[in-house]
Write a protein that binds this ligand. Structure first.
Ligand SMILES: [Zn+2]
Length: 271
């Protein structure tokens, strides 16, 4: 299809499905409704966790749930407009030491592999990775990817046509990255990655985790060598560029971190 022929279709779709990313204000194409996102995310999550072992008890599983809850609470404060229904969030730990990875399915399903814990090291380190994943969810990056994939396949509405039709379903599932070796291994664009880094940094700061930890974690991620996780190395910006970007955002993130801490202290004293 030529660009000229695509143009009227683009106009049609853009008028029907354009929204803004909270926190960065970037406008994005989004033809997928929140309820469709929740449905697709749950389906992707079930598919991606069907053949793995989930760790549901013990200190590490508790930590994953605790960090997830603190980040969701921070998201309610910072980005209330992009919130996911509270009961849709799910944070799980997958027992596989060979995978240094984490992923997020739309609608709030986040999975962490035990293999990434030696890289994240501390609870704040884990918060770096989890805040990044929650940011992908809040920014509706999967919905945006699906919308572009549908558009490229000539589908103008993600509603009735897209979800019911099996050919379109294949497009959707492929855009979600479901079925790869590592679960939902989304090949997010660099733009999405940079956006998730930025939102994630502020989320962790608001949640009470020192945002400076992000730099140390990404540096360790760069050193972790041969077993390059798909979500964290192959499609992400080079660790050096990423650290540079974090340094640029750090003064603002530190200010938020200290302000959130003062706020918590005041709340404690007034109780
Ligand atoms: Zn990412």
């Amino acid at each position: 299809m030529t660009q000229i022929r695509l143009f009227p279709i683009l106009l049609l779709v853009l008028s029907a499905g354009c929204s803004h990313v909270a926190g960065t204000g970037r406008s994005q194409l989004n033809m997928v409704s929140p309820s469709q996102e929740a449905e697709l995310g749950a389906e992707a999550f079930n598919e991606a966790t069907a053949d793995v072992t989930l760790i549901t008890n013990g200190p590490e599983a508790d930590m994953v749930r605790r960090v997830g809850r603190r980040i969701v609470n921070a998201a309610e404060v910072l980005y209330p407009d992009s919130m996911v229904e509270d009961d849709q969030w799910k944070f799980v730990l997958i027992d596989d030491d060979s995978v240094q990875n984490a992923w997020a399915a739309p609608g709030g399903k986040v999975a962490i592999y035990t293999g990434i814990l030696p890289v994240t090291k501390t609870e704040a380190g884990l918060a770096v990775v989890m805040a990044h994943e929650v940011a992908h969810v809040l920014a509706h990056h999967s919905a945006e990817q699906i919308s572009h994939a549908l558009l490229m396949n000539g589908v103008l509405s993600a509603g009735s046509a897209a979800m019911g039709d099996s050919a379109n379903r294949a497009v959707v599932m492929q855009a979600l990255g479901v079925g790869g070796q590592y679960g939902v291994a989304l090949p997010f664009s660099r733009l999405h990655e940079a956006e998730a880094d930025e939102l994630g940094l502020f989320l962790m700061a608001e949640a009470g985790y020192d945002p400076r930890t992000a730099i140390a974690v990404w540096e360790r991620m760069g050193e972790s060598g041969s077993a390059r996780p798909p979500e964290f190395m192959s499609t992400h910006p080079a660790p050096e560029n990423r650290v540079e970007e974090f340094e640029r955002l750090m003064p603002e993130a530190m200010e938020l971190y200290h302000e959130a801490e003062r706020h918590r202290q005041r709340a404690k004293q007034s109780r």
